[in-house]
Ligand binder design. Structure first.
Ligand code: AG3
Length: 291
């Protein structure tokens, strides 16, 4: 049969409604589902590999997910390499759990994902991130509501909480509330660190969300910083995590030597980049100062 090549099929995501978008050409449409929580799609692109879209936003691609997952995990671990108990909220693709489980010193990883559909689809199509669900005995996966989970968590139960959420509209919304941050504070040990998905700063919608999140976290945690990373498939190519803690400063308390002695091979993160990641462009500093 002759292959008619006189057409192509693309996934497009609007950056600014109606005015600018990014598009990936599809080599395969693997999965389309309306779960109980969101619209879930998995496609494939020849350059980026398989990628997952939730409610119209790219969450991971096989080609660049390492950047996000290294940057949500390693900066906190380099500040406190003695972390023993970790809580991941969200992260249904498994990428964050994969990165964090590389530390042999960690004793327990609880992960609370609201949408089982995401876990199942990633298990089926994206083993690169999801293999951790079948090969990591320290990982305790709970399908449930992250907000309720931290509400019921005992005091000081975790050394590190990683909030690997979607945007603050949809199922991730509760994870951007003062109530949630207060409960995270309570559930963290005195060495505790909270890392959260902190949105973008370039487009005004994302920037507003970043500002709102920062304002709330600052109300709750004595140390509240933001750091950035380059990620090609999120709006504007630059995205942020929040670093909040009870006492540790991400720069003054960086344990570069100790972290380097663990000998983890990383593709994006290193302890020099760590310092640079906390140096923010002036327009971003302004957004945060005005929070
Ligand atoms: N979750 C955060 C994706 C944010 C994308 N938002 C956007 N482009 N507006 C990623 C999940 C990875 N485990």
């Amino acid at each position: 049969m002759n292959q008619n090549t006189n057409h192509d099929v693309w996934y497009s995501e609007y950056l600014v409604e109606g005015n600018a978008k990014v598009s990936l050409k599809l080599s395969k449409i693997l999965h389309c589902e309306k779960t109980d929580f969101q619209e879930l799609r998995i496609f494939e692109n020849e350059e980026f590999g398989k990628f997952m879209v939730l409610d119209g936003y790219i969450q991971i691609t096989e080609k660049d997910e390492f950047i996000y997952h290294e940057m949500i995990s390693h900066p906190a671990m380099a500040v406190n390499p003695d972390v023993k108990k970790v809580l991941i909220i969200g992260g249904g693709d498994g990428g964050t759990a994969r990165e964090i489980s590389r530390y042999k010193s960690i004793e327990r990883i609880d992960m609370v994902e609201i949408d089982e559909g995401v876990v199942n689809a990633c298990k089926k199509y994206i083993p690169q991130t999801s293999a951790v669900f079948s090969n990591e005995p320290r990982l305790n996966l709970i399908i449930g509501d992250g907000l309720k989970f931290v509400e019921n968590a005992p005091d000081a139960a975790y050394d590190l909480i990683l909030v690997d959420s979607t945007d603050p509209e949809g199922p991730g919304e509760d994870l951007f509330t003062v109530d949630f941050y207060r409960n995270c504070f309570r559930a963290l040990s005195e060495n505790g660190i909270l890392i959260n998905q902190h949105e973008g700063a370039f487009f005004s919608g994302d920037a507003l969300q970043m500002q709102k999140a920062h304002k709330k976290i600052k109300e709750v945690f004595p140390v509240a910083k933001v750091y950035g990373f380059n990620i090609p498939t999120y709006a504007s190519g630059y995205w942020y995590f929040g670093f909040a803690s009870k006492k540790y400063d991400p720069l003054n308390d960086l344990q570069a030597e100790k972290w380097n002695s663990i000998g983890l091979e990383t593709k994006y993160y290193n302890t020099e980049l760590h310092k640079g990641a906390f140096a923010l462009p002036n327009y971003v500093k302004k957004i945060l100062e005005e929070a």
